[in-house]
Design a protein around this ligand. Sequence first.
Ligand SMILES: NC(=O)c1ccc[n+]([C@@H]2O[C@H](COP(=O)([O-])OP(=O)(O)OC[C@H]3O[C@@H](n4cnc5c(N)ncnc54)[C@H](OP(=O)(O)O)[C@@H]3O)[C@@H](O)[C@H]2O)c1
Length: 310
Amino acid sequence: MSMLTSPDGSAISRFAFGTMQFGGKADARASGAMFEAAIGAGINHFDTAHLYTNGASEEFLGQLAAPLRDHLVIATKVGYRDGTSSSQLQRDFDLSRKRLGMEMVDILYLHRFDSQTPLEAQLETLVAMKEAGQFRFIGVSNFAAWQVMKAHAILAQSGHAIDIIQPMYNLVKRQAEVELLPMCQSERIACAPYSPLGGGLLTGKYLDGSQGRLTEDDRYAARYAPDHMHAAAKGLSDLALALGVHSATLAAAWVARHPAAPMPILSASAAEQMAPSLAAVSFDMDEDLYGQLSALCPTPPPATDRIEET
Ligand SMILES: NC(=O)c1ccc[n+]([C@@H]2O[C@H](COP(=O)([O-])OP(=O)(O)OC[C@H]3O[C@@H](n4cnc5c(N)ncnc54)[C@H](OP(=O)(O)O)[C@@H]3O)[C@@H](O)[C@H]2O)c1
């Protein structure tokens, strides 16, 4: 289990809430309603990024989080679009803290692996910011396991570590099971996976032709295009119907059920969408149901490719 805590020492919640839609599909009022719903469900970990909605996501989150600040774990990310030079990372993070209205955030992620700047230099910048008290936990997102371990080894030289990773992980995107999640268990690294609902695919709404991110955003349409993913969404929906539970509840609870105890980052574009995924926070999934859900999509082969011996 994760050792991450809020500034007042509260344990980090089992689920997080992502604010990528704040200031985009969700206006200030809708964002406020979603924040309150997440808090009401016991969530104290909120995720944003320098990149999201031109800064509005960080601004909205900062305003909403202010009254509860010390009880919350606030995460942001830098280094997605403009490179990862020391000056760029510091400039982006300074602006992120300003938007959030926070001298210090809890988790700072490198948003993705950047091969254009030596990893040593990127981490040196992060360590300097951490030692200056600007953030508390080091994270990386969208890194392969070897990249996480390389970062971990570099950081160990100065007495630091990768504290948390943020990979994509859901019922139809299971690559994280091969190396990332076992690595987290072995190295005691926390994990907050994003897209637990496959961008909305696993709500089942596309089965009846509804509109949403997958019909509006080409990147997500391509990411979730394969037929077997839609077949899994159908299987999930059938199972959910039989159990009298929402597909989204099962999908989000399935992510959290992995033995590495990942903390799924729930999200929504409107407050009305939140109830089914928030129900996952208190959903008790037994081994049998976990197995049935896992069988909806192929388990990825092991890193050694020796399938016959697993
Ligand atoms: N590190 C990264 O690179 C990265 C990448 C992506 C996300 N993230 C983080 O992870 C968080 C979650 O990611 P995600 O938004 O991709 O998660 P997700 O749970 O896979 O998808 C959430 C989307 O599904 C749809 N949805 C959710 N509940 C629904 C319901 N009850 N009925 C119908 N549609 C529903 C909504 O989209 P529509 O209404 O628009 O269809 C919602 O925005 C983000 O907020 C962000 O903080 C990080």
